[in-house]
Design a binder for this molecule. Sequence first.
Ligand SMILES: *Cc1c(COP(=O)(O)O)cnc(C)c1O
Length: 246
Amino acid sequence: MTMKYRCMSKIADKLKQVQDNIATACERAHRNPDHIRLVIVSKTAPLESIIEVIRLGHTDFGENRVQHLKQVAASVDAFLDENKDDPDIPDKVNWHMIGHLQRNKVRQVLKISSTIHSVDTLRLAEEVSSSAGKEEIRTNVLLQVNCSGEPQKYGVPVGAAVHLAEQIVGMPNLNLIGLMTMAPLTRDKDVVRACFVRVREIFEDIHNEGVVTNKFRQLSMGMSQDYEIAVEEGATILRIGSAVFT
Ligand SMILES: *Cc1c(COP(=O)(O)O)cnc(C)c1O
């Protein structure tokens, strides 16, 4: 074992393991790994760990709480600014809002995040659209679907998803780029897979309705526990935290 290998950080190792697993799942599913984007969920990670991930070349990060999003994005911005002459450090990173969003916090999120994964009601979509209008931007949104039907879960019910997607497509300051879902926390892989399949079918239904634009391409599904299944069922965005940071 070389010195270099032994000194490789735990985070670099874990990230590589995740990427290897994604590649293997892609082989099984006859998919191209280039078509899968990894959003690193930083919510529990210390700043040094996030910076390490940035140094490894990642520029997509996810946060599920507005307060923490603001703090961590400010810290990362300060780091990027201090290192703007370093060719190995990117000029900016993309922040994805992946958690439940209250309407009174939308404006704050739009100042930081380019993509909101958790739009799940008409009222929230309208708020995001009108706030984006005030900021004079168009923002990317995904419609969050409650694939498991568990009442405590956020997300539009499966049966109402196509209709809500049609309504969102008509809003002036939103790009509806896809669907997001969270599988139930269970070790039963069949239950998880059925959930992802259901959301992929809704995705196809929405496509077949012909109301969406060609920006509607993303399936944000798969977390540390279940990302390989998600890849097999067509995920294009994986949201992974603990598999990298713990
Ligand atoms: C925390 C979180 C994730 C990442 O979960 P891990 O199990 O840590 O990979 C993904 N999506 C959402 C919405 C989350 O809140």
